[in-house]
Design a protein around this ligand. Structure first.
Ligand code: UDP
Length: 429
């Protein structure tokens, strides 16, 4: 039976295998009707742009040269003047020169992968791609080859969804990501936040050379709101050795300050990378926090997935009856290199800062509901929601009572503070 899945797995090992183009990218056939509808909607804008060009003696269109990930030249049209000049691309989509979704125009693939794609399927360059979508929302769950493979294996519904998600991400996070400043760290709401990719964040955690325990926190909309209403918590966050930007709210805030965040450094996406790095460096982890049995269950599941992972110990986070000193002793006796504390904000941050001098581990992180996810106690949001930065909607649906204040009240307050009061730039309190 013919294998109908497009694959990039076997690249250089069996290039001769790809002797015919036998895969079909399902989706571009809906380009023409969608382009036509959009062109009809945008007709007044097209007319204005055309009249303006004629009145100023300019060509109606100009073309900009781009290269797609397969190294092919693409000439993208724009109106010479007027409004929404880039919408001229709809003419080329309608004419079938370029697709809504296709081969990305934002990066290049290795020659092996290019050969592999070109020999397996006919696919045009695309305005949108799964890679660009993940780049815009800072997701780091797949590399660019995996994303391309997933995109090209999608069906028509996936294609339509990719158009919708890309459009939503552009509305939320803006189109011109390249005009934003890049910086190694930035000041958001008065806090010094690292602007790391996921790999850099993991390197910071596993490769610290300091003599004392390094403390890392993930700051998100909830922690920023807490820090503004509670100066003690603000000071606690300020005393960490590293603050990582977690979630789409931080992405919006950074954007408002003129910066592009390199990655969405949330603990849940980070854990698989952290586990792999710990295995490589022969480092061990200790899980402290969550309801009784949850940290243990998460540890068991992770050890099953990563048999070489060394989880030095676990302890639940409801230890009213047990002395903190005993817990610290058990963490230190385990000889762990990395401690993950999951007791929710601000408890976990407070605990870590109060006891950092007694801890012997290299690094300690506050990780919120991480063990709940990895134990399977709470399910993670579907990828499509994370792709548009809306994971919080899923969490709200799962725990409406617990999370009502945090999301339904907290999110609009955060947006008000960011966009109306402009606190993001000044960090005023
Ligand atoms: N928790 C705990 N001890 C406490 C209070 C909470 O261990 O005294 C745990 C709780 O069981 C949950 C985590 O802390 O696993 C908090 O998760 P939350 O959803 O608040 O974290 P988020 O990821 O949203 O910051």
């Amino acid at each position: 039976m013919k294998n109908t899945k497009f694959s990039l797995q076997t690249t250089s090992l069996s290039l001769k295998h790809y002797d015919s183009i036998n895969h079909q990218y399902n989706g571009p056939h809906i380009d023409r009707p969608i382009a036509l509808i959009l062109m009809l909607i945008l007709l007044p804008c097209f007319l204005i742009n055309t009249v303006l060009a004629l009145c100023t003696n300019k060509c109606i269109f100009t073309r900009k040269q781009k290269t797609d990930a397969l190294n092919r030249t693409v000439l993208l049209p724009t109106f010479s003047c007027g409004i929404w000049v880039k919408t001229a691309i709809l003419f080329d989509i309608y004419a079938g020169k370029i697709s809504f979704c296709g081969i990305p125009l934002t990066h290049s693939l290795s020659p092996d992968i290019q050969f592999c794609v070109l020999n397996q399927m006919k696919c045009k360059a695309g305005l949108f791609s799964l890679y660009d979508l993940h780049l815009r929302t800072g997701l780091t769950v797949m590399n660019k080859e995996q994303l391309l493979e997933q995109q090209l294996n999608g069906n028509t519904t996936d294609y339509l969804m990719l158009i919708i998600k890309s459009f939503m991400a552009i509305v939320l996070y803006g189109r011109a990501i390249t005009v934003l400043k890049k910086a190694k760290s930035l000041s958001l709401f008065g806090l010094h936040v690292k602007n790391t990719t996921m790999a850099e964040a993991v390197d910071w955690i596993t490769q610290t050379q300091a003599d004392n325990t390094q403390i890392g926190f993930f700051v998100n909309v909830h922690s920023i709101n807490l820090s503004i209403s509670d100066p003690t918590f603000f000071n606690q966050l300020s005393n960490a050795n590293a603050l990582f930007a977690d979630g789409s709210g931080m992405r919006l805030a950074a954007r408002k300050a003129g910066f592009q965040l390199n990655g969405n450094n949330n603990g849940t996406d980070m854990l698989p990378y952290l586990c792999k790095s710990c295995i490589k460096r022969k480092q061990s982890i200790y899980f402290f926090g969550a309801a009784p049995g949850i940290a243990q269950q998460a540890a068991r599941k992770l050890c099953k997935k990563y048999p070489d992972l060394n989880i030095a110990g676990t302890e639940h986070g409801y230890n009213e009856g047990k002395h903190t000193e005993q817990i610290i002793e058990s963490i230190n006796n385990s000889g762990c290199d990395i401690l993950l504390v999951a007791m929710g904000s601000p408890l976990q941050e407070e605990w870590l800062l109060n006891h950092r001098d007694k801890l012997h581990c290299k690094t300690a992180l506050a990780v919120g509901g991480l063990f709940d996810f990895y134990s399977g106690n709470i399910s993670r949001s579907p990828l499509w929601l994370r792709e548009i930065g809306m994971e919080w909607v899923w969490r709200l649906l799962q725990e409406p009572r617990n999370k009502f204040n945090r999301y339904v009240i907290g999110n609009p307050i955060f947006l008000y503070r960011t966009f109306v009061l402009g606190l993001v730039n000044t960090g005023e309190k």
